[in-house]
Design a protein around this ligand. Structure first.
Ligand code: NOJ
Length: 563
């Protein structure tokens, strides 16, 4: 079997949220045979690697990011034989498989945690256990050791009577953090990565990997909100631990990406500079917080495009200057759909509706930047937010926690639902829209998460092969990424589109004599742009059918000019 190892700088990665991609057996959950059945579709799109979200045994409190066995396939998703078949068949079509390694925490049902609770000290040293504050003695919980809040709302500590200690969980209460300061933990996790490498996996995505090295001293975070991410992110030994993991798992040179929570530019440069032998690239999220009022995900505001431009500029030009490499993306299974977020109305109008215009514009903006682009399943079709009208339709633990917290803080049920409607991670987790009709071609059974009404209009069946469709547009973009050296290697510099275009993001890519100018309008109205220096250039690509103007962009238009 061919091992698929490609130049990560030229590759396009497709993220598959396994649970929602394709259900082969009618149980309402996507599965590995379902993915095998869609390899022709993925080959047609032209992508190089498939990143599969966790399909390991898990109680599913956090949809598989709570792993109870790192080296097996959860029967609800298939068998190890299905996995081997997928690796082999994908390789036959030129696609590598990247696995999602959740190494910062396990599930409470993982054998290590169970043995810790059963009294084995060896496994107690695998987790981060502390006495309570103000505890009078053994058996008295006292108060949580610090005021830290977990990512999904509520304290980051849980009292475990069997341990007589509090354990740290930066995410759900069912996800105790592993103690990477223990060398035995690090060795065991390297074994996990090696196990999958030996099964033919040729790339990895590492979940919240910059949270693995905890601070030397655990102190309260000032204030009452007490989100502790910033305190824990990019900790004192994180680079050393990553280098060790990469070396001992034998994955140096493979395509790897780290998910970096609350990170900064300087650290992401270090994570991704080839000479440091850590990772190929990093996901950072600052550009997706431009619609968080006061930095709070659960307080709505319109996206601030000036801030978006500044954030992209900082990361594009900054990573370039430091020799780092960005993962480029708008969507994943933790984000509401970017099309909705940036103004596209779901399923309104026929082809050419705002959902499709915004979808094409966002794709151009991403694909021509410096880094490696990721397509999240359904991006290539123009999938939008779920559009649910009741809290019962949501599944995600974070959505339910925050719905409750919003009401505790005084919101009415309708107000809380409206916020969840915009911000829920389930917006990005609705089943893949393969066709119109019940089940959307995703399942013949009852889907685990309801299918949005937009599947009638936005689906693969109508878009594949249809001239001008978003799917066909993505195929062109993928092909251009493979072809154009200037997009892979060229320098990037952001351009000023002028006062008449406050919602336009423009940048250039240059390599030798070649110059591309990319202009993307996030404006629902037409706007006048400054001179971008494209007189005499050819139009490489545009998102409208007819020719663009060099001094005006139409609603949500994107254009790429080439010298
Ligand atoms: C990031 C994953 O993408 C998300 O889905 C998960 O809830 C957290 N990490 C915790 O593993």
């Amino acid at each position: 079997m061919a091992r698929i190892e490609k130049d990560y700088r030229r590759a396009v990665i497709y993220q598959i949220y396994v649970k929602s991609f394709c259900d082969s057996d009618g149980d309402g959950l996507g599965d590995l045979p379902g993915i095998i059945g869609k390899l022709d579709y993925l080959e047609r799109l032209g992508v190089d690697y498939l990143w599969l979200t966790p399909f390991f045994p898990s109680p599913q409190h956090d949809n598989g990011y709570d792993v109870s066995d790192y080296c097996a396939v959860d029967p609800r998703y298939g068998t190890m034989a299905d996995f081997d078949e997928l690796v082999a068949k994908a390789a036959g079509k030129g696609m590598g498989i990247m696995l999602d390694m959740v190494l910062c925490h396990t599930s409470v049902e993982h054998e290590w945690f169970r043995r810790a609770c059963a009294g084995e000290e060896r496994y107690q040293r695998y987790y981060i256990l502390r006495d309570g504050r103000g505890a009078s003695g053994p058996g008295d919980p006292g108060e949580p050791p610090t005021n830290w809040q977990c990512a999904f709302g509520g304290s980051a500590w849980k009292w475990e009577p069997r341990l007589g200690k509090w354990y740290l969980h930066l995410h759900d209460v069912s996800q105790p953090d592993l103690d990477w300061a223990n060398p035995e933990v690090r060795a065991a996790l390297a074994d996990v990565v090696r196990f999958w490498r030996e099964r033919g996996v040729t790339g990895f995505r590492f979940d919240v990997i910059n949270l693995i090295s905890k601070p030397e001293v655990f102190e309260d975070v000032p204030g009452s909100g007490a989100a502790c991410r910033a305190l824990v992110a990019d900790g004192p030994h994180v680079h050393e631990y990553l280098q060790e993991l990469v070396a001992s798992a034998g994955i140096d040179g493979m395509i790897t990406v780290g998910e970096m929570a609350s990170t900064d530019l300087a650290n992401c440069i270090r994570y991704t500079r080839p000479e440091d032998h850590e990772l190929s690239m990093s996901f950072s999220f600052h550009h997706l917080k431009v619609d968080y009022a006061g930095g709070d995900k659960w307080t709505l505001m319109e996206p601030d495009i000036a801030r978006l431009r500044e954030t992209l500029r900082t990361w594009q030009e900054g990573m370039q200057a430091g020799g780092g490499w960005n993962a480029l993306f708008w969507d994943n299974h933790d984000q509401p759909r970017a099309i909705t977020r940036f103004g596209g109305r779901a399923g309104v109008g026929e082809r050419g509706g705002s959902w499709e215009r915004v979808g094409k514009m966002l794709a151009v903006c991403d694909f021509f930047m410096k880094g490696t682009p990721y397509i999240y399943q359904g991006d290539e079709l123009g999938m939008t937010n779920a559009g649910y009208t009741s809290i019962e339709q949501y599944d995600d633990v974070e959505s339910h926690n925050n719905y409750r917290l919003l009401m505790e803080r005084g919101a009415t049920a309708d107000e809380a639902l409206a916020v969840v409607g915009e911000r829920s991670r389930d917006n990005g987790r609705t089943p893949m829209q393969w066709s119109a009709g019940p089940g959307a071609g995703f399942t013949t059974g009852t889907p685990w998460l309801e299918i949005p009404a937009t599947s009638e209009l936005v689906n693969a069946e109508v878009e594949v092969g249809a001239e001008g469709s978003l799917f066909e547009f993505y195929r062109v973009l993928v092909a251009l990424r493979h072809e154009l050296d200037v997009v892979t290697e060229g320098a990037v510099r952001f351009l000023d589109a002028g006062d008449g275009a406050p919602k336009v993001i423009a940048y250039e890519r240059t390599l030798g004599d070649e110059r591309l100018v990319v202009a993307c309008s996030f404006d629902e109205a037409p706007c006048a742009t400054a001179d971008l220096g494209v007189a005499g250039y050819e139009v490489l690509l545009g998102t409208y059918d007819d020719a663009p103007s060099t001094n005006e962009l139409r609603p949500y238009e994107a254009v790429v000019w080439r010298r």
